[in-house]
Design a protein around this ligand. Structure first.
Ligand code: ADP
Length: 436
């Protein structure tokens, strides 16, 4: 049993840290953006309070009486200030966002008795100067007035890209093991208990990975002990079966004798099938399956000949096609598939075709196609499980113990070959064996 590691750096903590770092980075990026997009000489101009009276006095003098708007425009640029002039005859502003005098009148600080007074409206400072027949309003320029949008757009793109990339890689790192975990669970559910899940983390995901490893080990041990029991019982059944067979021959009633003979034969076939599956798996686990370059076309032709069945149509793209395989085992696998195709298709024909997959040059395909009752989609995965038979009641009519395809799967796995099943209920089934 693997010990559960202590969580040192939980995912929750990691996420909090990521959020803090991200907020800091966003702040930094905004600062960087302002620094980058606003020219240096303008940076300080919108800090601090409203333009002071001596400055206003100086500007008013420059503007003259009545105020000269073109001069006002030039002064705005020179002093980074916005100006609004309102007299009986002139209504001019350097920026429409500078409020009109009537909008400032409601403010407490609005004091017409003074020549110059200061107002804070919407957190912006304004200096208001009384002139002949009107007012001049001064305010520091708005920050957005200084933003150079030509420079700003690439800066925004760079900042957003960098931040998003950082966020993506951080999240990927934090949740990376989730993908490994889901792959491992898929492997386990498909019966593969070999691969060890390697997640070296001191957080909840690391713990989950350890738990999955432990669970996998105990399930695998449980299955192994059940299998051992099954194999032992099968072994032990052989002698009593032989004894029953011999004893049955002494029964006088011909009908009873035949029934016992058939039942014993059925049990013997089941026991042999089980022991055969076990023997094959042991051999492949011990690495004692010998492979040699074999002509799959000839092997299939010989096999078909043994069936002595005129319903089989054979076709091959090649005269000879060499594949590295164990002859005895591939014969068993193909025999089981062909046997099923004949069994489950009444008296319709069965096509066997050997061809190359043009998309994947190295693949040799053996297709066994029947036009029988077919298999429902949800049954396709299950038919490879030992002792699985779709319609148990069929068993009475069609012999079999549900061991054939589990053996096929095992043999093909040992050959790193694939098996793909396509079936349309009512129309037939295709078993495609792909040698890589
Ligand atoms: P069995 O000994 O029962 O044939 P298999 O493991 O060979 O056991 O097959 C498992 C089950 O899959 C069969 O009982 C049958 O229901 C289904 N099956 C296999 N091949 C075909 C096929 N070509 N057409 C329809 N059903 C099939």
């Amino acid at each position: 049993m693997q010990s559960r590691k202590k969580i040192r750096f939980s995912i929750f903590l990691k996420l909090i840290l990521l959020i803090v770092v991200f907020i800091a980075l966003v702040n930094f990026a905004i600062g960087f953006f302002i620094r980058f997009s606003i020219s240096k000489e303008h940076l300080g101009s919108f800090r601090g309070g409203p333009p002071p009276p001596p400055f206003i006095g100086h500007v008013l003098k420059e503007l003259g009486t009545p105020p000269d708007t073109s001069k006002a425009k030039a002064l705005c640029g020179e002093f980074n200030t916005n100006i609004r002039i309102e007299t009986q005859n002139i209504k001019w502003t350097s920026d429409p966002d500078v409020p009109e005098i009537d909008d400032l009148r409601d403010e407490k600080a609005f004091d017409e008795t003074k020549d110059i007074f200061m107002i804070d409206k919407n957190r912006r400072p304004f200096s208001v100067a009384k002139i002949e027949n009107g007012f001049v309003i001064f305010t520091p320029r708005f920050p957005r007035d200084y933003i150079n949008f030509e420079k700003a757009i690439p800066a925004i793109i760079v900042i957003v890209t960098v931040l998003c990339t950082l966020l993506y890689f951080s999240l990927r790192w934090i949740f990376g093991p989730v993908r490994k975990l889901s792959e491992a669970v898929n492997q386990i559910s498909s019966g593969n208990f070999d691969a060890e899940l390697d997640v070296r983390r001191n957080d909840e995901l690391g713990n989950l990975a350890n738990s999955i490893n432990e669970m996998k080990q105990s399930i695998s041990e449980m299955i192994k002990s059940k299998e051992t029991l099954l194999i032992d019982v099968s072994h032990e059944l052989r002698s009593p079966l032989t004894r029953i067979k011999i004893a049955a021959e002494f029964i006088g009633d011909e009908k009873v004798r035949t029934t016992i003979r058939e039942d014993v034969a059925e049990m013997e076939a089941m026991v042999t099938g089980l022991l055969e599956t076990y023997r094959m798996r042991n051999a492949s686990e011990n690495g004692t399956v010998s492979m040699q370059q074999t002509d799959i076309v000839e092997l299939t032709k010989n096999l078909i000949r043994k069936f002595e069945n005129s319903r089989i149509n054979f076709k091959s793209e090649f005269d000879k096609r060499y594949v590295s395989l164990n002859k005895e085992r591939i014969e068993i696998a193909l025999r089981n598939i062909i046997d099923n195709a004949l069994k489950y298709s009444d008296s319709k024909s069965v096509d066997i075709n050997i061809f190359e997959n043009t998309a994947m040059k190295s693949k040799t395909n053996v297709l066994i196609k029947d036009y029988g009752k077919g298999i429902e989609k949800e049954e396709i995965e299950k038919i490879f499980e030992p002792f699985y038979r779709i319609d148990k009641s069929r068993g009475k009519k069609i012999s079999g113990y549900g061991l054939g395809l589990s053996l096929v799967k095992k043999i093909l796995n040992d050959h790193k070959a694939e098996i793909v099943v396509n079936s349309t209920p009512g129309s037939g089934t295709e078993f495609l064996v792909i040698f890589k």
